[in-house]
Design a protein around this ligand. Sequence first.
Ligand SMILES: N[C@@H](CCOP(=O)(O)O)C(=O)O
Length: 451
Amino acid sequence: MQYHSHLDKSVTASFGDALLASLTPDGGLWMPNKIPHFTPGQMADLGAMDFADCAAALAAHFTDDRFDEETLKSLCRDAYSYDVPMMTLGGERLDPAMAPNADEFVLELFHGPTLAFKDFAARFMGRAASHLMASSGQRRTILVATSGDTGGAIGDAFLDQDGVQVFILFPKGGVSKVQEQQLCTMGGKNSNVRALSVDGTFDDCQALVKTAFADAELSKRFDLMSANSINVGRVIPQSFYYVWASLQAKAAYPTRDLVISIPSGNLGNLTGGLIARKMGAPIDRFVVSHNVNDPFVDYLKDGEYRPRPSTPTLSNAMDIGRPNNFPRILSLFDGNLDAIREVCWGVSFDDETTARHIRRIYTDTGYLMCPHTAVGHMGMRAFREAHDIDATFLTVGTAHPAKFADSLETIIREDVPMPAPLAAAFEAKKRVTTIDPTLDALVDQIALVVT
Ligand SMILES: N[C@@H](CCOP(=O)(O)O)C(=O)O
């Protein structure tokens, strides 16, 4: 598989080179030259595998000859050592024998080490980069902008990795208390993972990272690598769980359509889903569910893309006014808005509605959703109201509710228990430096540890 720049198809690279380079030399995003398409029979074989083996089989079509079958299998088995359940709000697993009439499930992607869906892509990327770097003796300085979850997942995936220094840039006061604790306590005093609290918004963090990449001299001096979903090595593995989950849902309820609602911000998760659908995953529609930071919803409505400054919300990881993956979505559909609309249905919700939904679902069923998952769940319900179809409805559960204990405790007026990894983070001492949102301030921090 070769990759090309979304700006110029003649600019190409292998998977490994695209991953380590992050952005194309012309400042574009890497796109796969051709998305493999699987027949229903091949899809059925993939669906019969466990998630890790299915991911490895898919990855074989997107990587290069530095990744043989055995390498990918052990990489995925090591990365995906946790559960990927699809649950009803009543706590039943997706299983037609147990829940013959159930048609709504949460695809819980938050059972990895940092309790967010970002672990799926971060763990694949971390292991793939380590495999490439071990054979070539390279080093990298990783910059990752986070609105809450990506930073933790990347920090965890690259923690203690030789030749790698990670800088996590998060908006000061713009992530939950638990997320901040997690981001600022990765590793010990001499950790290779450092947290930078940026005096600005997530969009400022993201812009800062992009400015650093645009500076060729700086990029070369520090061997910069991005671990955001601008890196194609993050987006490809985000397609694997859509393939696998859709096959499980279709096998369980074969006569129904399948609709997946994705809580969305930077649009990396939607891009992964669209790639899965192009591969032949049996997904009929995506509901693209946003908080009030919703330029993509407006685009679906009137065809005008108007990125704008973000507004802080309860679902802070989606507080993004300029989604990075918008150009990739256009590229997947050759810019055809009608084709995008046939697959994507957009909707957005404010905080008051989100809080009310969390409280009502918790009171009625005992299921506690993180604010992002709640936005996805409301999107799914809104889609159902607007469309009379017989379908299985999957809502992507993006993060464990405990990561948002501060806001959820106010909403449900109960304590939210902390799972062990988060409780451990609260035992550790926070290490964080506050910086201005300027390139000089960022370079000063990098230069302290990278020569
Ligand atoms: N929602 C993200 C923001 C970064 O997005 P990514 O798609 O580049 O990972 C987060 O939680 O940090």
